[in-house]
Ligand binder design. Structure first.
Ligand code: ADP
Ligand code: MG
Length: 612
């Protein structure tokens, strides 16, 4: 016999789709608050949202006679006719969140519209009204949810531990707060305020308010508009990096998305600017015609597919490039000296209990092990009041001035793209320790790592020649001889051919000996010797000479070996070196990501001498 399910069973079934875990409830409630035009939203959870979720807003409220209706399935004020479906500007529209949520929880709603003198409070259990009363309350809506899945215990056991659920909610609320900087968000977990944003519309400030001051105060801003879209971004200078991509957050047309394409653009832009295995912080906001997108490939995975991926990669990479080749993005003495927390740096742990999956894994290569133990106290130690203040003062992004209006503030931020750094402006003043060139421009003093600079120049000359097929070689009067192992000798045809494509002409010169008759024109004999030795030392029998990534690694390593440290340079040689550097594609760091320049502002120097 076919019969209609009664409401409570139908709702419980539907609830499965909307209510998977506490984070999905929080998402629906916040989206409703945003749709209601709220200026301020408070989110409070306990035990990862399993026992308690509260969302309070100051939005439109729900008229008394519509409150119960809102809890029916497919009850929505956001669409009335099928044709509206195409023109949806709000976040939710299926009209099933409240009915689904109420079906599996104990729920209290308090709501009041502006036109009404009193508010209405309704208490429900499993979707059934238990109590209803009038009360005095501010305009807006509060929804309190207790005891998730109390009537469907089987679902309870699919929830992760409190720390993990808290982490998921923190992640969601953080991203929404950054996506809507005009709305003030306050997020409380187990009685602790995790973050609060001021809702004044300044995105840079909002990011720091949410993710913590320090690194997030010092992101570089840039924006770019091209035919098919616009990007605005806040990215870290290459001095600041992370061991995972967790701080790379993307928004497309206001919604947070995951995108391999945007990740790729970041990777391209930071190539050779960071050590291997390090990732920048990046908040990227793309606006583009919705018809060029395929969002919501899956409603929860929030993947986005771009019609023109190449356009997006170019747009984002070129904008990041603008940001990190600016004057502000040159490593500043005050930051580099703090390098201690460069390696360990991550936003303060603010989850009540952190699950292991939220922890960053620290690379074991850059610092002794002891740094990685007990990261929290170390971070506390280095972030003294004084240092935070210095950072604020040195921060080149205009700070918020309480007296400026919102428009003014936005316009400051719009124009805050700092001017490009120009190596040509540097005037060499001398050298210290046979290792560091000293130089000045109009506003700053610089130390330049001569070895890193030389490595960069050598590497770019090399790769330019290699890639352009216009290799100029110089014949050697006295050939260089290389002794090789039997294994290498056996596969010599492959690597001799590869080195020939780089401008070395090599030939077999008897057992286990190879002779070089010509080398690339810009190399000295000893550089060529060291280059080839390093190149062949790193070849293994399984080396694939057609794999560009592997070949590039061999080249980078060999360039490093070819360039010698601690050569004393004459003034002319230094000036020449800086000229060469100015012609480089990436004059900021050596091919391995080590910085070439460190910048001292007059303020840095005054600070060192306790003048300020
Ligand atoms: P949807 O958001 O898809 O319309 P919901 O079940 O989430 O469906 O909400 C049903 C209706 O309840 C909404 O259309 C809206 O009119 C009203 N509503 C829900 N939450 C709020 C809120 N915080 N403020 C004002 N109205 C709300
Ligand atoms: Mg909704």
């Amino acid at each position: 016999m076919i019969k209609l399910l009664d409401k409570s069973i139908a709702d419980k079934i539907a609830a499965g789709e909307v209510v998977e875990s506490p984070v999905s409830i929080v998402k629906e409630l916040i989206e409703n608050s945003i749709d209601a035009g709220s200026k301020s939203i408070v989110i409070e959870i306990k035990k990862g949202g399993k026992t308690y979720i509260r969302v309070t807003d100051d939005g439109s409220g729900i008229p008394k006679d519509e409150v119960l209706l809102a809890f029916f399935r497919h009850a929505t004020s956001k669409i009335s006719e099928a044709k509206d479906l195409d023109a949806i500007g709000t976040l939710g529209f299926r009209g099933e969140a409240l009915s689904s949520i109420s079906a599996v929880t104990r729920l209290e709603i308090i709501t009041k519209t502006e036109n009404s003198k009193t508010g209405l409070k309704v208490y429900m259990e499993a979707g059934e009204v238990v109590d209803k009363s009038l009360l005095g309350c501010p305009n807006g809506t509060t929804i309190v949810i207790k005891d998730l899945f109390y009537n469907t215990p089987a679902r309870l056991k699919f929830l992760k531990n409190d720390g993990t659920e808290t982490g998921k909610i923190t992640d969601l609320v953080s991203k929404l707060a950054v996506a809507f900087p005009d709305i003030s968000f306050r997020f409380i977990s187990n009685g602790n305020i995790i973050f609060a944003t001021d809702g004044r519309g300044n995105r840079g400030n909002t990011i720091a308010e949410v993710f913590g001051h320090g690194d997030f105060d010092n992101l570089t801003y840039a924006t770019e508009i091209q035919s098919k879209g616009k990007v605005e971004l806040y990215v870290s200078k290459p001095t600041i990096s992370r061991s995972s991509k967790r701080n790379q957050i993307f928004f497309v047309n206001g919604r947070t998305v995951d995108s391999k394409v945007i990740e790729k653009a970041i990777e391209i832009a930071y190539k050779e600017r960071l050590f291997e295995g390090r990732f920048p912080i990046a908040f990227i906001f793309i606006e583009t015609d919705p018809s060029l997108l395929d969002v919501n490939v899956h409603p929860n995975k929030k993947l986005v597919r771009f019609d023109d991926e190449e356009f997006i990669i170019n747009l984002v990479a070129s904008c990041i490039n603008k940001a990190i080749t600016s004057y502000d993005a040159i490593s500043q003495a005050s930051e580099v000296i703090k390098e201690k927390d460069l390696t360990i740096s991550h936003e303060p742990v603010r989850y009540d209990s952190v699950s292991t999956e939220n922890k960053e894994s620290y690379p074991q290569v850059e610092k002794p092990i002891s740094y990685f133990e007990n990261t929290k106290p170390v971070e506390r130690e280095v972030q003294t009041e004084e240092q935070i203040d210095i950072k604020k003062l040195l921060s080149t992004r205009p700070r918020e001035d309480k007296s400026t209006s919102l428009e003014e503030e936005n316009s400051i931020i719009e124009t805050a793209v700092s001017k490009p750094f120009n190596v040509d402006d540097l005037k060499v003043t001398g050298e210290i320790f046979n290792s560091y060139i000293t130089a000045v421009d109009k506003n700053n003093f610089y130390l330049i790592d001569q070895h890193a600079a030389h490595e960069r120049i050598f590497y770019e000359k090399f790769t330019n020649a290699y890639l352009s097929d216009e290799i100029i070689s110089q014949p050697l009067v006295l050939p260089i001889l290389f002794n090789v192992t039997p294994e290498l000798y056996a596969i010599k045809d492959q690597w001799v051919r590869k080195l020939a494509s780089m401008g070395f002409s090599l030939e077999d010169f008897g057992p286990l000996t190879i002779r070089a008759n010509e080398i690339p024109d810009f190399m000295s004999i000893s550089e060529a010797e060291d280059f080839v030795n390093s190149f062949i030392e790193n070849i293994e029998s399984k080396t694939d000479f057609n794999n560009d990534v592997i070949i590039n690694k061999l080249i980078t390593r060999s360039c490093k070996s070819a360039v010698k440290a601690h050569d004393k340079l004459s003034m002319e040689e230094m000036v020449y070196l800086i000229k060469d550097l100015a012609n480089c594609r990436i004059p900021f760091s050596c091919p391995h990501g080590r910085p070439i320049f460190v910048r001292f502002s007059p303020y840095d120097l005054e600070k060192m001498f306790k003048r300020v």
